[in-house]
Ligand binder design. Structure first.
Ligand code: ZN
Length: 489
């Protein structure tokens, strides 16, 4: 496949030609959420960024296996080895089973992300469902001499690893610098060095999520799950690993060390990181009072919001920045996105109504090339969007009759314009969704009224015919005291 796609690799710090290891197959792993709270604006960006990567690779003809995990064990506060487990803390506060917390927030995450029109990943593994794989990896690290056991916990020996390999190559940190910047051990720790990290943690008596192991009852370290599950589903070496920039260190740095430490190989060919969202120039955080969940954005119920924003407005807003740039959220920016999106979508409708002429005053080729070149240049959606707006100006001229287009070019343009908006950027025309469901509602009211009349006239044949034909069309009718109800199945 000759696609000209170039991806910025965080590891090499440059754009590289995309050459999958096993063309046409592409393995992509993206770090998913730790499910202990409502999905927020920060979750939307990686979900949408890698959804567009997934969509575009598929559009180009690749056969993509997209794995995005659910972290439901072992993620401690401050992303460190100390402190309380994020899920267990929530479970304790709400007096629920940890798995009730996991179930509740996994469903809530799915709802919000689905509203943003992100395609589900091919596999969505849970960390808690892969304890054996993680224990096997811990054992391999011990066997290879890159980990040591102390009081029922197993730690990765960063200094030892660094003698042969390069710990810090992804984030650009060196070990001396790390040592200088890391809090010194207080003498109570089991670690040899403060920057060593747990691959298995001994469970304190009050720790509820615990499993038997060769080292006693415990639970896996947070970084280990992604190494274990990516290896299981994508192999020891795979194409793309994505996630937010906040995961670059220590999470992804540790993943590299773990895979090199077990298999001797760098597992990932292309590391991709999306940048963060700021709110009015500030980092989003609970303590700053600017923490906004996705459902608050969709409903407008948050002190800092002047209105509700549709999921598609949020999606378009996120795609208006290149994924490696920071993106500042504000009401003004979202309102501008809302208007911009409406204009682009109106272009789709205008295109549908255009009549072809015998000759063309415009050529589509350059537009097509530019759009693909934007996407091939590390998924540059803001540049793509600017070409779509340029084309919108042309579409409006066609509608006014100041430019002409022939049938062949028109058909081509209709397909391209809607492919870029719907298939690749994954936007949806919610207005037309709502309109068509309104139309269906009124039609169904008429049909059910006719059936009711037939029943009153004891014309059972007609009533049955209506019901059977609706069933064939995928609509079921349930008779109740309040009349008939219908449902699309
Ligand atoms: Zn991860």
């Amino acid at each position: 496949m000759n696609t000209n796609l170039r991806i910025y690799n965080t590891l090499s710090r440059k754009k590289e030609d995309f050459k999958p290891i096993n063309e046409p197959f592409v393995g992509m792993y993206v770090c998913g959420p730790t499910v202990y709270g409502e999905a927020h604006l920060g979750h939307a960006r990686p979900a949408i960024t890698f959804d567009v990567v997934f969509r575009y690779l598929k559009y180009l003809g690749y056969n993509v296996r997209y794995v995005r995990n659910i972290t439901d064990v072992g993620h401690l506060s401050n992303d460190s080895d100390d402190g309380e487990d994020k899920i267990l803390k929530k479970a304790r506060l709400e007096r629920l089973e940890p798995m009730e917390i996991v179930q509740y927030y996994t469903i809530s995450y799915h709802k919000s992300i689905e509203a943003l029109n992100c395609l589900p990943p091919s596999i969505e593994p849970h960390a808690s469902g892969h304890i054996i794989e993680q224990q096997e990896m811990v054992q391999k690290l011990l066997n290879n001499g890159f980990a040591y056991e102390k009081n029922g916990s197993v730690y990765f020996d960063v200094e030892k690893y660094n003698q042969k390999h390069n710990y810090g190559k992804l984030s650009g940190r060196n070990i001396e610098e790390l040592f200088a910047n890391t809090r010194q051990l207080d003498g109570q720790s089991d670690k040899k060095n403060p920057f060593d990290f747990a691959v298995w943690k001994n469970a304190e008596p009050q720790h509820i999520q615990r499993w038997n192991s060769a080292w006693g009852e415990g639970f896996p370290g947070w970084h280990l799950e992604c190494s274990a599950m990516s290896t299981k589903y994508l192999g020891e070496v795979f194409d793309i690993h994505g996630g937010g920039m906040d995961l670059l260190f220590p999470h992804h740095e540790c993943e590299i060390a773990q895979s090199v430490g077990t298999t001797g190989k760098d597992a990932v060919k292309y590391w991709m990181h999306n940048n963060m969202i700021t709110i009015n120039g500030q980092k989003m955080g609970k303590s700053l009072g600017n923490f906004i969940t996705l459902s608050e954005l969709f409903s407008g119920k948050h002190a800092s919001l002047v209105q509700a924003y549709s999921p598609m407005t949020i999606r378009f807003f996120i795609l208006q920045a290149q994924y490696r740039s920071t993106l500042d959220f504000s009401n003004e920016a979202l309102q501008a996105s809302e208007k911009g999106l409406q204009r682009l979508l109106k272009g789709v409708k205008t295109l549908e109504t255009l009549k072809a002429s015998s000759n063309s005053t415009i050529v589509i080729d350059e537009f097509e090339q530019n759009c693909f070149e934007a996407l091939n240049d590390d998924f540059n959606t803001p540049i793509l969007i600017s070409y779509l707006f340029d084309m919108l100006t042309v579409i409006n001229k066609l509608a006014m009759g100041t430019e002409q287009i022939n049938q062949e070019q028109l058909t081509h343009l209709q397909k391209l314009y809607s492919d870029f908006i719907f298939e690749i950027m994954g936007l949806k025309d919610l207005e037309s969704d709502n309109k068509s469901s309104e139309t269906l509602n009124s039609v169904m009211n008429i049909v059910l009224e006719m059936r009711q009349k037939a029943k009153e006239n004891k014309d059972w044949a007609a009533a049955d015919l209506i019901r059977n034909q609706l069933t064939k069309a995928g609509i079921t009718i349930k008779d109740s005291k309040n009349g008939a109800e219908w449902e699309v199945f």
